[in-house]
Design a protein around this ligand. Sequence first.
Ligand code: SAM
Length: 331
Amino acid sequence: MPQKLVDGFERRVDYLRLSVTDRCNLRCTYCLPAEGFRFLPHEDVLRYEELLRLVHIASGLGISKVRVTGGEPLVRKGILGFLERLCALTEIRDVSLTTNGVLLESLAEELWAVGVRRLNVSLDTLHPAKYAAITGVDAFWKVWQGLCAALDRGFSPVKINVVTMRGVNDDEIEALADITRSYPFHVRFIELMPFQPEGYEERYLSADVVMERLCAMGTLVPARSENGNGPARYYQFLDAPGKIGLISPMSHHFCPSCNRLRITAEGGLRTCLFSDRHVDLRGPLRCGCSDEEIAALILEAVRKKPQRHHVNDGPVFQRKCQSRPMTAIGG
Ligand code: SAM
């Protein structure tokens, strides 16, 4: 595949995060604002045909990995058929899915059948009551059963994404890490990003603090990440079947190796999670532009990909991400 997506800082862009919806069946406190957020009208959301066309065009430019995300991708009607068509695209060598796992137990078999093999599942706590407090829904056991169903079915890796928050789940760092001693999950601790700036300063916990706590649990050895250039640094307890990942977008940003693009549910192309800048692809898709014209828009956006984000340049209390919550961008 020709690699035409190289930005102004010599970074090769080969990874696309594709948001298929901004809707979600959870209301995580750090992700969706308690009020004032309006979901997109259905007609503004890209149709599956449009998403597949964009993937096809992007693959011609060098995109070879696609992660389907949202909102919650599994709540969108017809998602299995879409994933099947996406997995069938020979030019895309890796399709993965990020989900909150609430619907995973019932869909694990079908996800496998359509060709998905890699899953990221969000789970911030092992306490059902705390899960309900964070997400607004009493669904801890559903997610846990979904995770077990995914392992049983053979998905690999199954990654558990934990957003670490002081005073919320920092008392569970050891218990969450301990899961990797019994199960082959990759438990990844992710620094809170200031999409909801209220209370951010009190809740932010750096990955360094998490690492100190993990080191006190036993010998941790660096582990290989299966994908090479992802943002996580991986470790493993001796003889543990699982791995531990640390993702530190705030304290040690990984912009120099950023290889990704995002397309939002309404077709906004974003080259940086933290930037409000986007290029509208839905308009051109719907007004008859050719594949070449759309490819030119993608190339131009990548050429202007920012060198790095500046969200953590100031003091913690001043940190604030752009105007959109994560669910509207695609995490
Ligand atoms: N619904 C799916 C899920 O829950 O995984 C996919 C979308 S969700 C927006 C993707 C990821 O973004 C989740 O792992 C979530 O924890 C993470 N996320 C959302 N807001 C965040 C924030 N403020 N800081 C760090 N991670 C965040």
